[in-house]
Design a protein around this ligand. Structure first.
Ligand SMILES: [Zn+2]
Length: 224
């Protein structure tokens, strides 16, 4: 057999054997793994009643938990007078600060809560979770005018401005093959990291208020 014929035979065998065909069982297993990792059950989120954060289900306890299974005294806080109480008809929740979206009311004396694993660990140790809304992080209901702002609009009216030092991590393993000179490269996909403290400065957006566009109802006018 000539070299050319040998090469053709090798090429043909490669084309018929590669890529290897997956068995239906392997295909089914891969699809099952895919859905269990990225399916709606895995990616859907719940709101934690303690910290009010919407978190993926994997970061939450599987089932709602009876609020009375914890020592709830760390959650005792007075609601600010400007915010309507979310549970006015439940006497024992009068001074317990919870996010209504994470609460499942069973009766006037029984409440189940969705809770994230971080808050669960803290409450098990009878500590107030750092991110709990009862830890002076209760902002009350968001006004409808502010609910759907874009990032730029938020930045325009923010009363505080955060400054931080963001560094672009370099890949030191890169080197120039053409010149042989070693150098650090910064690729657009290189990771970034925060360095040092974040400093929050007061801002004065009031000066901008006269220049902002008026609300839509002011533009179209009201019917008499
Ligand atoms: Zn939480």
């Amino acid at each position: 057999m000539t070299a050319k014929a040998q090469y053709a035979e090798w090429k043909h065998s490669c084309a018929t054997q590669w890529p290897e065909k997956l068995s239906p069982i392997a295909k089914k297993r891969l699809l099952t793994d895919f859905y269990s990792t990225l399916g709606p059950n895995r990616l859907s989120s719940l709101v934690c009643a303690i910290c009010s954060a919407a978190k993926l289900k994997v970061a939450m306890l599987t089932d709602p938990v009876d609020l009375h299974s914890y020592d709830i005294s760390p959650l005792r806080r007075e609601y600010p007078p400007t915010a309507p109480h979310p549970f006015p008809n439940i006497p024992f929740l009068r001074d317990i600060m919870l996010s209504p979206e994470g609460v499942v009311l069973i009766s006037d004396s029984s409440v189940m809560i969705h809770i994230c694993k971080d808050c669960h660990r803290s409450l098990q140790r009878k500590r107030l979770p750092n991110t709990a809304i009862a830890n002076d992080l209760f902002f009350g209901p968001i006004p409808s005018q502010l609910a759907d702002l874009t990032l730029i609009k938020e930045a325009l009216i923010a009363r505080r401005r955060a400054k931080s030092w963001i560094i672009h991590l370099r890949d030191d393993s890169s080197s120039s093959h053409t010149t042989g000179a070693a150098f650090s490269s910064v690729s657009p996909v290189s990771q970034r990291a925060l360095k040092g403290h974040i400093i929050v400065f007061p801002a004065t957006p009031e000066a901008l208020a006269p220049f902002l566009p008026p609300p839509l109802e002011d533009v179209v006018g009201r019917s008499p």
